[in-house]
Design a protein around this ligand. Sequence first.
Ligand code: ZN
Length: 390
Amino acid sequence: MKHQYFGDINDYRKYGLIRALNGVGLLPTYLCWMLTPDMSGNTDGKKLSYLSNPKIWRHFDPDLFDFLQDEIQQNARVINESTLGGLLPGTRFFFQFLQDAAELRAEYFKELFHNLPRNGGLLFFDPDNGLEVSSSRKGTKGSSKYLYWDEVVTAYESGHSVLIYQHFQRVKRKQFIRKISEKATAETGATIFAYVTSHVVFFLLARPEHLDHFRDANEKLAQQWHSQIVVISNEDVVIQPTCPFCNLNPTSIIASNDHAQAVYDNYPVTPGHTLIIPKRHITSFFEATREEQAAMLDLLAEMRLLLLNPSQPPFAKGRSQIPPNPPFLKGGVEAVPDGFNIGINDGAAAGQTVMHLHIHLIPRYVGDTTDPRGGVRWIKPEKAPYWKQL
Ligand SMILES: [Zn+2]
């Protein structure tokens, strides 16, 4: 862990997770930061814009949100025990810097294990990268960014449930989580829980005597951090599925405003088929606040203009130049929409499959179907051609 990342969006989720697992002091907690020096000229340590958007972000953990906002406003991008202590009752911290050299590393862990509370609890490891990889042997350059399996085993066997920060590698996430979970079970016999966020995953190796505590904590966590932290257990129960619209690829976002963002549909019904998605995870249009509804309608209008005139200058922040593909061609020329269907599938009975509200904006082109009459009435094909019943 590096001080320079303190308070960013990933930290908000991280502290939220620790607070939930700690259960407001129910389980003695020890945080081993595995501190490494800050890097100069590295801009990774920003990602703070969520703090100026309390409507979207504060409700996950209001006390934590306010705390981080205060800390960042005071420009305190350094973690220390006195500031964090109030937020994490019953928690102690290990602040020493970890070095690459094998002897120094051995001393570091000796000191850590010597300082651990005897009665056991939750021990969190926060390496820069995560668990060891075959390309980085202990003691070699860069090895301080990793946690090694023998250290995990020692920690677990000293009576602690172990929580580990893990950066996602460029691999299939599901397989990666399964692989690490299997390895962790084989090494320790622990019950494994994985907490998946958009960029990182945390593995919890839970001791049998802490299982009831963690199962309770997981239930609350899944409610509280819905859409931001997904809890998976090696009991093969997915407590909460991932929401694709809460985890949009930033490069796919065409435009956005305070409460909504627009992307092209991955399975376009017609060229330019666009989705308007609220930033907050809500299922129904009728759960959205007036402000959110207004923001969605603003963006809907904006996207329509963009589809009608692709070359117009951007007037929303976050606009990127993503062309709708493939374009609808008429006589070899890219066609401009002649009309639109606008629709919301509100509820499973209405055909909603992604349970995060979205408005479809479907451009229509003269000739894109043999007879367009009836439009959205075609949700019930036998009732759509009402003119046949006249
Ligand atoms: Zn969602």
